[in-house]
Structures are given as C-alpha cells and as structure tokens.
Write a protein that binds this ligand. Structure first.
Ligand code: GTP
Ligand code: MG
Length: 199
C-alpha cells in the first residue's frame, strides 16, 4: 500500500462563496461538526503542523472553506462548523448555504469526517446532520474529539449513543485528541486506504 507524507502541503486555498469553489480533480476529504469541536485542530495534527489551520476557543472561528492540497495526491478541507456559533444571523445563513452547497455538489469528495466533542456526545444538530448525509448517500465517518478531556469509561456511553441512533455505525467510530494525538493515525489510515483505492 502506497504511503503519503501528510506534512507535504503543496498549496492552500480559501473560499467563501459557492460560485468560485476550486475543483482540484483529486480525492477530497472534509472535516465537519458543530462549531468548536476541534475540526481545525485535528487538521493541524493530521498535517503535522502547529497552526496551519487557525483555531480558537470562540465557536464559529472558521467561516470559509480552506483546502489543503497534500503531496499532490489528495485534498483536505476545513469547513465552518454548524450549530451554535458566535456570528450574525446573516453570516450564519451564508455559511450554512456554503456548507450545504459544498457537501452536496462536490464531485471528488470521498469521505466526510463528522467530528463530535467527546464531552458532549451526539447533539440533535449532529443527528440532523448525519441524517442529511445519509439522505444524500454521502460516505461519512464519526470521530469523537477532545478524548483527552473525558474519563476512559465514557467511551461506552458515547458508543451506546451511536448504537441507539445508528445501526452498524460503531465499527466506524474513531476516538481522537489533538492534544495526545490518539486517533490521528487511524484518520490518516482511512484517508490513505481511500486514496489508494482511487489510483
Ligand atoms: P470552528 O472553526 O469555530 O467551528 O471550531 P473548530 O471545530 O475548528 O475547533 P478548533 O480546532 O478551533 O478548536 C476549538 C477549541 O478546542 C480550541 O480552543 C482548541 O485548542 C480546543 N481543542 C481542539 N482539539 C482539542 C483536543 O483534542 N483536546 C483539547 N483538550 N482541546 C482541544
Ligand atoms: Mg475551525
């Protein structure tokens, strides 16, 4: 199986409207989830960088779509969050529209990573979001974030919640932390195996 160097970023692009979204003609992976779950932080960990993607403790920080083209082989997209965010109603509507457009129209989007804060578990907005992905038949994977913040036995409760909501979803779940780096290898593996299947 061919390996890829996640540290080798060829270029970064950012977009804030639907009309001019660039198409890279490469397998693409995006990171979604409620505001503040740790999407940008996970991308920094994946790409072995401290702050290539900017992060903040204020929900609603990422308002554009950021694309990272990695080793000329695939693209990682950092998306704005859904759910509570510190922004105006108008801005929220613009961001939701951009998000919906991106998720439903992207030709080379291979997998959507749905990040959920381990301390909070699945929220109603996550469930609605996952239902939307299922409705549009979009391949996705749940990743619990900030796992360094919860007691180890909390894993069982989080899995139970998934099991109650979605049949056969458990095997796909990844527990991660941008602080301790657990789960980062698993996310990379998932990306690599998908990319290798494409070539
Ligand atoms: P938006 O762009 O606002 O939607 O947020 P985001 O999902 O990109 O979250 P971001 O990566 O900006 O992180 C939000 C806050 O959570 C920051 O203060 C991070 O330092 C913190 N954080 C992110 N990941 C982890 C983690 O694994 N563990 C801990 N303890 N904190 C984390
Ligand atoms: Mg962000």
């Amino acid at each position: 199986m061919k390996n890829y160097n996640f540290s080798e970023i060829d270029c970064i692009f950012k977009f804030n409207n639907c009309e001019n979204l660039k198409d890279f003609d490469l397998p693409e992976f995006c990171f979604t989830g409620r505001s503040n779950v740790g999407k940008s932080s996970i991308i920094n960990s994946l790409l072995n960088k401290k702050k290539i993607a900017t992060t903040s403790n204020k929900p609603g920080h990422t308002k554009k779509i950021f694309f990272y083209k990695v080793t000329n082989s695939f693209v990682i997209a950092d998306l704005p969050g859904y759910g509570f965010a510190d922004m105006s109603k108008k801005k929220k509507e613009e961001v939701s529209e951009l998000l919906f457009f991106y998720l439903t129209r992207r030709k080379h989007l291979k997998k959507i990573f749905v990040l959920v804060d381990s301390r909070r578990g699945l929220k109603l907005s996550d469930k609605s979001f996952i239902e939307l992905l299922q409705k549009y038949n979009l391949s996705h994977q749940i990743v619990f974030t900030k796992f360094d913040k919860v007691a180890p036995n909390n894993e069982i409760n989080l899995l139970k919640d998934i099991e109650n909501s979605y049949v056969n979803m458990q095997e796909k779940v990844i527990f991660s932390s941008s602080k301790t780096k657990i789960g980062i290898k698993e996310i990379r593996k998932e990306i690599i195996s998908t990319v290798n299947n494409e070539y």
